[in-house]
Every structure is written in C-alpha cells, then in structure tokens.
Write a protein of this length. Structure first.
Length: 323
C-alpha cells in the first residue's frame, strides 16, 4: 500500500470577534476521512464545491498541518516527521494545481519554473539540469525551444502541461491532481487527461485525481471516492460505483451526468437534492446528509454512519445503503 489515511481531520478556527468574544465553532473542512491508495493506482475524488476535496489534498501533503489523524506513505507516518525528514518525503509527493493561470509565476521563464524543484532540493545543476528540463518538456508534449518563454505566452492547456512537467521533475511516486482540467476548454481537457494516463503507465505513478466531472473521472480512475461535507461517503471500483451506487448522494451525482443518446437522456429520471449543503462550521449529530436525503430514517439523526464493507472493495457510509 502506497498511501493510508485514517481519521484525518482539518479544522480551521474562526475568530469570535473583538467585542462579544463569543465562541464560534471551527470550520470542519475535513472531518474524519479514511482512504487508501495502492501503487500505480488512480483514485478519483469527487464531490460538489466546498466539500473539502482540495483541503484534504493539502492536509495529506502536509501543506496544512492536520488537526488530527494519520497519514502514512509507505508505512512512514508523515504527521510525526520532523521538518528535515518531511522535506525529504515531499520529493515523493507532488501536486498539479487547478488554475494554470495562477499557479505559474509570471516573472519566471518556463525553464526556471520546471527546474525550480530540482534546484531547491539540490538534485542537479548546470548542463545536467538544462538537459533534464528539456527532457521533461518533451515528455509533456512541449518543445524545448520554448524554455525561455514566459507563462503568458502559452495557452491554458500548454500552461497545465508546464505544471505537469514541474510535478514530474523530482520523479515522485504520488501526484495529487487538484481539478487539473476544470479551468481548461472542453476540447483541451481530454488531451491533458490522456497525457496523465500515459505518464502513469510510463513512470509507474499513483494519482489522486480530484474533479467535478464524473465522466472524466471514470475515464482515468481505477477507484472512485465520493466526498460530502468533509467526509468520504462511498468508495468503490469505477465500474462498481457507476453500476451499483449504494449511497443516495452518489446516485444523485451520477444522475447529473449527461448521456449522449437523446432517447435515453429524455427518459431517465434526474435526482434533484432538496435544500442546500449545511455549513461546515455547524455541529453535526448523526448523518450530515440526512437533511437532503429522501431515504432518511429516524436513526440517521442520532447515529453517524461509518464506512462499511459491502464486498468487492466497495465501502459505503450509510445506515440504509441500496446495494
């Protein structure tokens, strides 16, 4: 097992104000998450905006110091590592950020951006460094002759390829791709996803692929984890979760995927969830999805469901699963 995450929590304190000094509950962006990732596997992480996907990625990578929980990379507990050891471990974990327009320094050339991780960790210098940058640019489909250009001279898809090259520079084992295609034109999205698939096969990478687009997640992922309001509510192989979703929230997400056949699209029933997502600073009892669930039972208000094994590597946190 490459990565094991258990009961991970990331709570952000909220100031109570200068005048009244009232107690304000913390924002529980991630509140007890469990998942694992095997070598050479891609886990698709899906859920609506604000559910904590990006915060989870940053907490696993220790860019945020988790409030509680365990993160093990190849058996090493990352949350307990001293800074010097954590710096070494970070060479094995990289991130591709969501916005290729904001994640690249506009004052740096492409060559400087891609080589920055190598220079920061003292991996290589001089001719060896320049050769490595050229190699990385070719790997992601960019001409090495662009090495002295600046980010504003590239399209969105090309900028995201630069971000991918930067993430590959240190030969990581694990890459978190934080909605890497959401800011790109539809015509470019498939190119970037296919590039990530090719790189996974070529370099033996493992991905956590964060996205809204469930159809694209299905294209790249071996397993899918569904997240709702700081918790993972269902995980399964991509075929299993699309064929037999067990959690009502998962079924609602899947019903929103458009189908290219107009006859099927016209006849199928869309599941529309009532109400709004509760605020993450609320104090919860029981299932936090129960306020929007049409199948909620009285026990849902008192008992918080935990991930239960349904078999076939399928886990669901629901007191009344359909599978």
């Amino acid at each position: 097992m490459l990565l094991e995450v258990k009961d991970l929590k990331m709570h952000f304190p909220v100031p109570g104000g200068i005048i009244f000094r009232r107690h304000v509950p913390p924002v529980k962006a991630v509140d007890g998450v469990d998942f694992f990732l095997r070598r050479r596997e891609t886990l698709g992480l899906v859920g609506e905006s604000g559910c904590g996907k990006s915060t989870l990625a940053r907490a696993v990578l220790q860019l945020y110091k988790p409030t509680a929980g365990s993160v093990r990379l190849d058996g090493t507990e990352l949350t307990a590592l001293p800074p010097r050891e954590m710096r070494k471990a970070r060479q094995r974990m990289q991130m591709i950020f969501q916005d290729p327009y904001a994640s690249l320094n506009p004052r740096m050339t492409v060559g400087a951006i891609i080589s920055e991780p190598l220079r920061n960790f003292g991996v290589m210098r001089g001719k060896e460094l320049r050769a490595r940058v050229s190699e990385l640019m070719e790997v992601v489909g960019l001409s090495p002759s662009f090495v002295n250009r600046y980010p504003h001279e590239f399209s969105g898809g090309q900028r995201q390829r630069i971000g991918v090259a930067r993430a590959l520079a240190l030969n990581p084992d694990l890459i978190f791709a934080d909605e890497p295609i959401s800011a790109l034109d539809v015509s470019i999205q498939a190119q970037v996803v296919n590039l990530l698939i090719d790189l996974r096969e070529k370099f033996g990478l493992s991905y956590v692929f964060i996205a809204h687009d469930l159809s694209m997640v299905r294209h790249i992922s071996d397993r899918v984890a569904v997240m709702y309001l700081g918790r993972i509510v269902e995980t399964a192989g991509f075929n299993e979760i699309y064929r037999e979703p067990a959690h009502p929230y998962t079924r609602a997400l899947l019903s929103a995927i458009p189908i290219p056949d107009p006859n099927i699209e016209a006849s199928r029933k869309r599941i529309v969830l009532p109400g709004d997502v509760p605020r993450p600073d609320q104090e919860f009892t029981g299932c936090r999805f129960r306020t929007r669930c049409s199948q909620a039972i009285p026990d849902c208000a008192a008992t918080e469901p935990v991930l239960a094994d349904l078999g076939k590597d399928h886990f669901v946190a629901c007191l009344k699963p359909s599978a």
